[in-house]
Design a protein around this ligand. Structure first.
Ligand SMILES: CC(=[NH2+])C(=O)[O-]
Length: 124
């Protein structure tokens, strides 16, 4: 088991790692729209927050030596299901390979985030 950490993605806001590699599978913790340089959520709209989540995921994947094309499954959490369409438009620009996905609306997300994305990657 290998812990993945990069300063180019936000530090965890709780007791978890940014990602854990176990065998040829990489499990990414959920990313909310924390800007790693600021250490807080700066983005205000769902589009901006979705973009920051994707950038954070890309940074963790890069640290692990992989990329978005290897993501096999994501789980997406929205604070408002009304954001589904706008969220999808940003998400689709990053997850071009269309991994399997579940997307649900939840009551609240950490730090008042509007969205959170977690991902599973199978490496070679
Ligand atoms: C943001 C997140 N991944 C957590 O578990 O709080």
């Amino acid at each position: 088991m290998q812990v993945i950490h990069t300063d180019k993605a936000p530090a965890a806001v709780g007791p978890y790692s940014q990602a854990i590699k176990a065998g040829n599978t990489l499990y990414l913790s959920g990313q909310i729209a924390i800007n790693p340089a600021e250490g807080k959520i700066v983005a205000t709209t769902i589009e901006e927050q979705a973009e920051q989540c994707c950038r954070n995921i890309e940074a963790v994947l890069k640290e692990a030596g992989t990329d978005m094309s290897k993501v096999v499954k994501t789980t997406c959490f929205l604070a408002e299901i009304a954001d589904f369409k706008a969220f999808n438009e940003v998400y689709a620009k990053h997850f071009i390979s269309k991994p399997a996905r579940s997307c649900v609306a939840v009551k609240d997300l950490p730090a008042g985030a509007l969205c959170e994305i977690e991902a599973i990657v199978v490496t070679e």
